[in-house]
Design a binder for this molecule. Structure first.
Ligand SMILES: [Zn+2]
Ligand SMILES: [Zn+2]
Length: 127
């Protein structure tokens, strides 16, 4: 375990898992996430925008975007919540990267894996 500074309150705490927050801020953050998730799941709130969501839940836009980026908040059914794809900048509600970038990245990964597994012509002999 390593000590790290909480990104919310700045207090020093023992890091557990991937959370950038101390246990008390992590708990608040989780409750905020649940509030946001429950709100956008309501059929009446399907068309909600980020502004309306911030107003209804009191959770900041920054946090909401982070939930989406972390893949915790799924906004597939909420077209009004589209965020910019971190790769191409186009609005998307597929998550951190838009579906076309996801396909691109998968193809890139695939060709990368192929080039790694392909028998290499390089000689490893040291003499
Ligand atoms: Zn904290
Ligand atoms: Zn994209």
């Amino acid at each position: 375990m390593e000590a790290t500074t909480c990104q919310k309150c700045g207090r020093l705490f023992m890091k557990q898992g991937r959370s950038p927050y101390c246990p008390s801020c992590g708990e608040v953050d989780f409750q905020n996430f649940l509030k946001v998730r429950d709100f956008i799941r309501e059929p009446d709130n399907r068309e909600t925008t980020i502004g309306a969501l911030v107003e209804a839940t009191g959770v900041s836009e920054l946090d909401i975007t982070r939930y989406i980026h972390e893949g915790r908040l799924i906004i597939k059914d909420n077209p009004g919540l589209a965020i910019s794809c971190v790769r191409c900048g186009e609005p998307t509600n597929a998550g951190k990267v838009c579906t076309s970038c996801q396909t691109d990245m998968q193809q890139e990964l695939h060709s990368l894996q192929q080039s790694i597994t392909k028998p290499s012509a390089r000689a490893y002999r040291l003499d």
